[in-house]
Every structure is written in C-alpha cells, then in structure tokens.
Design a protein around this ligand. Structure first.
Ligand code: LIP
Length: 272
C-alpha cells in the first residue's frame, strides 16, 4: 500500500489497459497514418496518439475516479499534485510510429505524493512489456531485468536524442554534447523513444541516457523501471530528478551518471 492506494490493483488495471492500448498501436502501425504537427514540423501527432490517449484516460477514470490524469495529447497547464496521478504518453516515439520503425511504446507512470511508484512501458510491435512497482524490482515480460555492470563512461554505450525542438540554441547544445560524449564513451545511439531508451538502460543493453527537451510523460514510467533495475535517474546538473524539469540523465550506476553530468553542457528548459 502507498498512502492508502492498492498498488496491486493499480498494476493489474494498468497492465490490462497497456495491453489493449498496444493492440490499437499494433493494428495502426501497418496502415496509412493521418499525421499532424505540433510545436515544430518534426513534432508529430497522429489519430492513433489521440485515440490511445482517449482510451487510457477513460479507462483510468472509470476504474479510479479520484485519481488525476496527465496525458501528452490532452495536457494544457499541468497541475501536478500529491493526489495519485496517471502520467501517460499514449505513443512514445510517434516519429518512429509514423515511419513504422518498430521502437514505439505506450508509457504509463503512476505517482503517489509526487513520487513515481509504478511504471509500465509496452512496445506492442516487439511485444515487450516492461514494468516496475517501487520496492519490487523491474521486469520485462515477467522476467526480472537488471542494469549492466559497466562503471566507466569510457566503456559505456550511451543513448541520447535530437528531440523535436529544432531551435538553433537547442540544436547547438545537442550537437556539442553528442560530439563530446562520442569522444568520451564507447558509442552513442539515437533510437527515438525516451521511454524505450530508459528500458534499454534498465535491461542492461546500454549504460547511460541523457536528454533535454523531453516531458514528464516521456520519463515518468521509465524512472521507476530504471531505479528498480538497479540504476540511477538524476537531474543532469546532479540533483534528484525533477519530473517537470524536462531533462534527465539515467545510468547503470552513479559513476556514469556523474561523468555524464560533468561532461554535458546543460540547458534549462521551460518547465512542464
Ligand atoms: C518523443 C520522445 C523522443 C524525444 C522527443 C519526444 P513523443 O516523444 O520519446 O525520444 O526525443 O523529444 O518527446 O513525442 O514521440 O511522444
């Protein structure tokens, strides 16, 4: 129990809704998409993003009428409070979805008193269901997952993203950081889904991930999945992660997180 919340019931409902949402995405990914743009011409939204969000919003409202809901496609001014809150990205990696690139997922985080206590990230194309409840470990399709044992940036595989904010000052910082980290690490990868990037850290497939310009729905579920897999999730400047700060470092261990923090040029983003 987390402050009177029946977390097992929340988990069971969220897994069921994530599976059903995944079915919508799996069916739609092979079909022609109706694509619109949001803040830039590479910030995409499709009818599937909206359909899945509506489905999840109605599903969580029906089961948990007292809980709050923050979703990528319906969020306006975000009012994040201590009340139990579902934080949802209906299709994380929308650009990938549009191109039928198979790294796309539904991401569901659940907070109690502003702390993420449950996370579910489901890639329906590859049929990978990642989940974690605070204090109980992290899993993929029911199998326990753990971060890698890599402890040095020089030996690490790092993931990052270009993001959909193409403002010149943002792009300059992105490329400066890519150039620097490429020289310091084993390698760098861009995959296109913040949520699945965090699952790669949790699964031990990569050792560090950083991004600026993302939103709370991109990282809420991933935070608890990485932590329960034995990893660390921090603010890029070194303090605890602020879910609304729109930036993140996560890593297999504190050493890599701190090395990334030291090497990166940081950017303050307008808060969610
Ligand atoms: C996207 C992320 C991607 C990130 C973008 C964006 P969307 O989410 O997952 O990794 O670089 O900034 O937030 O828009 O596809 O849900």
């Amino acid at each position: 129990m987390f402050s009177g919340v029946d977390i097992d019931n929340c988990y069971n409902i969220a897994i069921k809704l994530a599976s059903e949402a995944g079915e919508i995405i799996r069916t739609a990914i092979g079909k022609k998409k109706n694509v619109q743009t949001k803040i830039s011409n590479v910030d995409l939204v499709t009818e599937t993003d909206k359909q899945v969000e509506e489905f999840l919003k109605n599903g969580f409202k029906a089961h948990f009428p007292d809980h709050c809901f923050i979703g990528e496609e319906s969020a306006t001014a975000i009012d994040f409070t201590a009340t139990p809150t579902w934080i949802v990205d209906p299709v994380d990696g929308t650009m990938n979805f549009v191109h039928s690139f198979p790294h796309t997922a539904v991401s569901i985080g659940f907070t109690v008193e502003k702390e993420v206590v449950l996370g579910i990230i489901y890639n329906p194309v590859l049929d990978k269901m990642f989940s974690a409840i605070k204090g109980r470990g992290a899993f993929c399709n029911g199998r326990k997952i753990e971060v890698s044992s890599v402890k040095e940036l020089s030996q690490a595989l790092i993931i990052s993203e270009v993001g959909s904010n193409r403002a010149p000052e943002v792009m300059e910082q992105v490329y400066e950081n890519f150039t620097n980290i490429t020289q310091k690490a084993h390698g760098i990868r861009i995959i296109g889904s913040a949520a699945l990037n965090m699952c790669s850290i949790a699964s031990g497939e990569a050792d560090g991930y950083f991004e600026y310009s993302l939103h709370c729905w991109d990282m809420a579920a991933g935070k608890v999945i990485v932590e329960e897999a034995g990893g660390i999730v921090i603010d890029p400047e070194g303090g605890p992660l602020d879910l609304m700060s729109r930036r993140v470092i996560c890593a297999s261990c504190p050493e890599i997180a701190q090395s990334l923090s030291k090497e990166l040029r940081h950017l303050q983003m307008p808060r969610d």
